[in-house]
Design a protein around this ligand. Structure first.
Ligand code: GLN
Length: 312
């Protein structure tokens, strides 16, 4: 169907319907508690924001409640690392789906300490190391970057979350030490982990995240500020990675059901984009067995099904 023939969409009504439809699913997911602080969240929370390239924005539910962005932050760190290192980055981290859980150790040994992709934890830790060798205060830099992308100067680290991540981050420490033994981590492991945990512990809401992803729906340029963050080719590549690796070992299922490049986090957020049209963020803390928001994935599936808009 040509765009001009499409009936005008009532975005607000659409997302309110979706919120109602997924409501029963909220309690069926399980809040992540391997980072204890993540357990202190209301399982009943649900928010959604749709941000169009033309600046219009539609939201419903708990869209202004801050939550832990967790792995969604890996998109911001990858954007920085890719813009600094360019294609050199891919000598340190791969671009294939892992088919394994996000915090898995097994593949790393077979593949000599080079993580499959930048969105599993090992890959994001290497990306963090790449940034650290090229910037002085990496954490302050990435927070400023996220504030700029989200157009919200108040975005900050949740210090309780950060302490909780640091105290229970043994798997991530194991990944980092293991990769250091293969010379794929240059800085001190503790410093790299501090930076990685720091960006994972940032608190944002659906509005912030949808706004921050808009440049990926517009060939690397924020359509509102007009600032370029990536070349069109780099933005295309990040979107490809979001589609194939953004939801870990459920990326195939996510592409099948939703059909958008997207990134999930164990805080229950999922951000996704439709190139040339919009970004969307949904938040519901109850997760499925892959660590993706149960009601969130369903909401996005309904979004693309009801609108007929997807990348396919
Ligand atoms: N900070 C989390 C961790 O390292 C991020 C995981 C996620 O959101 N999938 O385990």
């Amino acid at each position: 169907m040509l765009n001009s023939e499409r009936p005008r969409l009532d975005w607000q009504l659409l997302i309110e319907d979706i919120a109602n439809e997924v409501s029963a699913l909220k309690s069926k997911g399980k809040v992540a508690d391997y980072i204890p602080e993540l357990g202190n969240v209301d399982l009943d929370a649900f928010g959604i924001t749709v941000q169009l390239l033309n600046g219009q924005r539609y939201s419903t539910g708990d869209y202004q409640t801050n939550f832990s962005v967790q792995s969604i932050s890996k998109v911001f760190s990858l954007t920085k690392a890719f813009s600094i290192l360019k294609d050199e980055l891919w000598s340190r981290v791969g671009k294939e789906p892992s088919g394994n859980p996000f915090n898995s150790l097994v593949q790393l040994e077979h593949e000599n300490g080079k993580p499959r992709n930048p969105f599993i934890n090992a890959g994001a830790i290497v990306v963090a190391d790449c940034i650290m060798t090229n910037t002085t205060d990496s954490l302050a830099m990435i927070i400023d970057f996220i504030r700029e992308l989200s157009d919200n100067k108040t975005v900050s680290i949740d210090q309780d979350m950060l302490q909780s991540e640091k105290s229970f981050g043994h798997r991530n420490a194991a990944l980092a030490h293991f990769m250091k033994s293969y010379n794929n981590i240059g800085s001190e492991v503790d410093a790299v982990l501090d930076f990685y945990f720091g960006h994972c512990s940032v608190a944002m809401n659906c509005e912030d995240i949808a706004r921050a992803f808009l440049f990926l729906a517009n060939h690397g340029i924020d359509p509102i500020s007009k600032k370029r963050y990536l070349t069109a080719s780099q933005a295309k590549r990040i979107n490809a990675l979001l589609l194939t690796c953004g939801t870990y070992d459920a990326a195939g299922d996510f592409a099948f059901r939703v059909g958008m490049p997207g990134k999930s986090g164990v805080g229950g957020g999922i951000a996704a984009i439709i190139p040339g049209l919009l970004s969307i963020c949904v938040w519901s803390p109850g997760l499925d067995k892959y660590g993706n928001s149960l009601a969130g994935v369903k909401a996005l599936e309904l979004f693309t099904t009801k609108t007929g808009i997807s990348i396919f």
